[in-house]
Design a binder for this molecule. Structure first.
Ligand code: TRP
Length: 455
């Protein structure tokens, strides 16, 4: 079809606004919402942390998301290609392309460890449906999880399968790969979450969870928690790493960016809060600690499922959907690199396989950090990096350095380097709110938190 392509970018386009929303929400909703948000909220004391997180989404995340979608659509290429195009359009220095490069690298690094974690869902699906969780004790559930992490062979198997799934969708292209995947998986995800919240509300501890999530206790809030909240706001919205720029490049011209970004951020936030409302009542009902950490989903939930009627089935379904959520995110992480390679004349399939293979290799160093290389902490001599494994370092480098840097540079470019007439043409009436936010609030907030963290 003629309207499948556009201009010199030769880019495919999303079929319509709904599909773009599903793809962007698919990117945004992932392990970050269902696995990470509940456990960092649990570790950081609940309500006050949630409030800071919501503020970060609204004040810093949203203007940035609008900027990224806008830059992507104007460039109509991969984040690297788009930054080159828009820098030229605005008569700015060529080096702005560096923003696209760092963003693409960040997404690549994140994919390498995201795939390892996403892989955990698969053995959990198998355990669930084979009844391993029936009446399992908390200690045994913990052992099951530890045994998985201690086994490089198993982790490698699931990491490889997950990366294979990601490459498979990516190789199919925007319409035949990405669109098809997200329009099936996302509605299913919403339905299941609501079912799980419904179950959680029958545990008798629902109001305790609501109180935990929504009653701010600012004495529980640390400076570090604020940094975590900001970093997570970027992560959960798939910002500062090219994904939204890459997806924005396929957005038809007539779709309103600002309103669409609000819908995406709202849906992502709802999923995170719903995940909290599904998980914490169950945690409290079993007298378990909300501050369990990364094991919250993989240790605590199986215990709860093991005691509910039809628990095996629901647990299986839960982990299938966690897998799907991670899958629609991982394809967006690969998209910046695949889009870039495709622009360089490499076929989509080869680009997806090459990019996926490289991320798979780096991912192996992540999974080894959990067992054989758990004592390999190469930056021990640097203050603040003592005891960090390679996995910890990838996480730190992307979340605390690369993403804040990209966020800052995108805010500066969109807010100061781009002609306001151009951004106004893309953002319509929202421009009057967006411009001061992206010019002053976003960069200052990012800088404050960034330097606070470095000191
Ligand atoms: N937003 C996803 C989540 O919450 C993670 C994600 C998807 C992501 N694409 C990304 C993170 C790109 C950083 C960059 O799980």
């Amino acid at each position: 079809m003629a309207n499948n392509k556009q201009g010199s970018g030769n880019q495919a386009q999303w079929s319509n606004r709904f599909v773009f929303i599903m793809a962007a929400v698919g990117s945004a909703v992932g392990l970050g919402n269902i696995w990470k948000f509940p456990y960092i909220t649990g570790e950081n004391g609940g309500g006050a942390f949630v409030l800071v997180y919501l503020a970060c989404i609204a004040i810093i995340g949203l203007p940035l998301m609008m900027s990224e979608i806008m830059l992507g659509r104007r460039g109509a290429k991969s984040p690297i290609g788009s930054m080159a195009v828009v820098a030229a359009q605005e008569h700015r220095h060529k080096s702005w392309v560096g923003v696209g490069i760092i963003a693409t690298l960040a997404a690549f690094l994140i994919l390498s460890f995201y795939s390892v974690i996403a892989g955990w869902t698969m053995p959990y699906i198998i355990s669930a449906v084979s009844g391993d969780f029936n009446d399992i004790a908390a200690a045994d559930s913990g052992k099951l999880f530890d045994r998985l992490l201690a086994s490089p062979g198993e982790l490698l198997l699931w990491h490889s399968i997950f990366m294979g799934l990601t490459v498979w969708v990516s190789a199919g292209g925007v319409r035949h790969g990405l669109e098809r995947a997200v329009t099936k998986l996302m509605p299913a995800l919403f339905v299941l979450l609501i079912i799980l919240v419904g179950y959680a509300s029958t545990t008798g501890h629902f109001s305790e969870a609501v109180r935990f999530l929504f009653t701010p206790d600012f004495s529980a809030l640390t400076a570090e928690a604020i940094l975590i909240a900001l970093g997570h706001a970027f992560f959960t919205l798939s910002l500062a790493s090219g994904a939204m720029m890459a997806y924005g490049a396929y957005l038809p011209k007539q779709v309103p960016i600002a309103r669409t970004a609000v819908v995406i951020a709202l849906m992502d936030t709802c999923v995170a809060l719903l995940a909290g409302l599904a998980i914490f009542p169950i945690v409290f009902a079993h007298g378990l600690a909300p501050s369990e950490g990364p094991g919250l989903i993989f240790v605590t939930l199986p215990v709860a499922f093991g005691q509910m009627p039809g628990g095996s089935f629901f647990a299986g379904l839960f982990f299938v959907l966690l897998l799907f959520a991670a899958w629609t995110s991982s394809i967006s992480m690969l998209e910046s690199l695949v889009g870039y390679l495709h622009e360089k004349g490499i076929s989509r399939a080869k680009a997806a396989i090459g990019g996926g293979l490289a991320a798979w290799l780096v991912g192996i160093t992540t999974l080894l950090s959990l067992n054989l290389w758990s004592d390999f902490t190469p930056l021990d001599s640097m203050a603040g990096f003592e005891g960090k494994t390679l996995f910890d370092l990838y996480d730190y480098l992307t979340a605390n350095i690369m993403m804040p840097l990209v966020a800052l540079l995108i805010a500066i470019f969109a807010g100061w380097k781009m002609a306001p007439a151009h951004s106004a043409a893309e953002l319509g009436g929202w421009h009057r709110w967006w411009l001061p936010m992206i010019r002053y609030i976003s960069p200052i907030a990012v800088l404050v938190v960034f330097f606070f963290n470095l000191k």
